[in-house]
Design a protein around this ligand. Structure first.
Ligand code: BJ8
Length: 425
């Protein structure tokens, strides 16, 4: 292991032994799941490299940015607008975690029946193994689901600079007003943190940088609609995961390079799996690195995932922000326009999500939908029932799955997934 990185992790106050164990498990999982795939696009090498360097080179870059006077802001939700962060001369990184760690410690501060995503974020902090948290100058939480909202009260005692954004729960005019006022309050908090006065030029530039990232992801999404699928669901998910912590410009360029290659594959009818492989749309909770469990099980069982209706997926990166506004207020309104369309299950009622899933199913020429809920995630588990009913009403096959990060139920899940794929054939 690179000794400079080890020194850096020690300086960040991380537990080196625990971190070694985490990296070893991460790399082993990655080798077993990702590197064993056949016929991967060459463009995925970049993402392999980023994943391999996620706690190394990327953290070093963030520290260099920090030393040059730039602030780092960590976030747990796609409602935190990166456009405003970039306009304030800061960098946004995703902090959600997709693996169980230090669970004994976690269950001393959180109830056992908390969703795996929240527990994982706490485990990475309590186990001192998340360099992204340690380099963050501000950690932004948001009042979305009850689990997150209440857990931030505890997280406040564990991190230095915790900021909580309030969130609407209904898509009404009042809800929209709340989001607007919260984005304005956040803009001020970023200005205070960075000492930068955010102006129209800076905000427009931030909007354009993030739009370019989202456009590249939309291009990748569309290419996945081809049959045969030119890229696996595992690799599609990896690109969506890297979206949250890579340098934005470099990420956009790398996704576009990958898309150039995939366009040629589509043209030549070259797929990662044969034409006619059962095509699955995943829908539900976000899958943060290194949560590759469901795509691994689905694709090992002989299916191919052609899209994710998820915040680590299309829900998180769909829709651009109009950059034509000429005042700060106009640009903020355009940001509100974009973010208020996110169909998170914390909204009630949330009919737009049902329509979105049906549209994604049709666009991606999927054969069926797997609704994925993380155990104890009330919003998505509750919503999985109306989702299933809405799909059944249109004769769209749907399998509802509720699971956590452990592999204990892998055998049972595989059996259910195999049976579902058989029905689709
Ligand atoms: S906009 S989906 S990123 S809140 S899995 S912590 S909902 S109990 S992650 Fe999310 Fe923002 Fe919504 Fe998207 Fe709670 Fe459920 Fe856990 Fe979840």
């Amino acid at each position: 292991m690179n000794t400079d990185f080890r020194r850096m992790w020690a300086e960040l106050g991380m537990d080196l032994d625990a971190h070694d164990a985490l990296l070893e498990a991460l790399n082993q999982g990655y080798r077993d799941i990702y590197l064993s795939q056949k016929n991967r696009p060459h463009g995925m090498r970049y993402f392999d490299f980023v994943l391999g360097q996620v706690h190394g080179q990327r953290i070093q870059e963030l520290r260099e940015e920090h030393q040059a006077g730039r602030k780092i802001i960590g976030s747990y939700c796609v409602f935190v607008p990166e456009e405003i962060v970039l306009a304030g001369n800061a960098t946004l990184v995703g902090l959600c975690s997709g693996a169980d760690f230090a669970m004994e410690e976690v269950e001393k501060v959180l109830p056992r029946n908390t969703c795996a995503l929240i527990k994982s974020s706490f485990g990475f902090k309590l186990g001192k193994v998340c360099p992204f948290l340690e380099v963050s100058d501000m950690v932004v939480g948001e009042n979305t689901c009850d689990g997150k909202k209440k857990s931030y009260e505890t997280l406040r005692d564990l991190v230095d600079n915790m900021y909580v954004m309030d969130m609407p729960q209904m898509k009404t005019e009042e809800g929209r007003d709340l989001l607007r006022s919260e984005y304005k309050r956040f803009l001020q908090a970023v200005e205070e943190l960075t000492g930068t006065s955010i102006d129209v030029t800076g905000l427009r530039q931030g909007i354009q940088t993030v739009n370019a990232k989202r456009q590249a992801m939309a291009r990748l999404q569309r290419l996945r609609w081809a049959d045969p699928a030119p890229i696996s669901g595992l690799d599609g998910l990896l690109a969506s995961q890297v979206f949250f912590y890579d340098n934005p410009e470099r990420f956009t360029k790398s996704v576009n390079t990958l898309c150039d290659e995939l366009e040629a594959r589509v043209e030549n009818k070259e797929g990662v799996m044969p034409q006619g492989t059962p095509r699955i749309l995943m829908s539900g909770c976000p899958m943060a690195v290194p949560n590759w469990k469901m795509p691994y099980l689905v694709e090992s069982a002989g299916g191919v995932i052609v899209g994710e209706e998820s915040c680590v997926g299309e829900r998180g990166n769909r829709n651009l922000v109009d950059d034509s506004g000429e005042t700060l207020d106009e640009l903020i309104e355009a940001i509100v326009d974009r973010y208020f369309q996110i169909e998170c299950a914390i909204f009630t009622p949330n009919p737009d999500r049902l329509e979105r899933i049906k549209k994604m199913y049709a666009d991606s020429k999927a054969d069926g939908v797997i609704h994925y809920s993380i155990q104890f995630c009330q919003p998505y588990i509750m919503e999985s029932i109306p989702v299933e009913k809405a799909l059944e009403a249109e004769d769209i096959p749907c399998l509802r799955v509720e699971t956590d990060y452990s592999m204990e139920d892998a055998g049972q899940l595989s059996t259910r997934i195999e049976a579902f794929l058989e029905v689709l054939k």
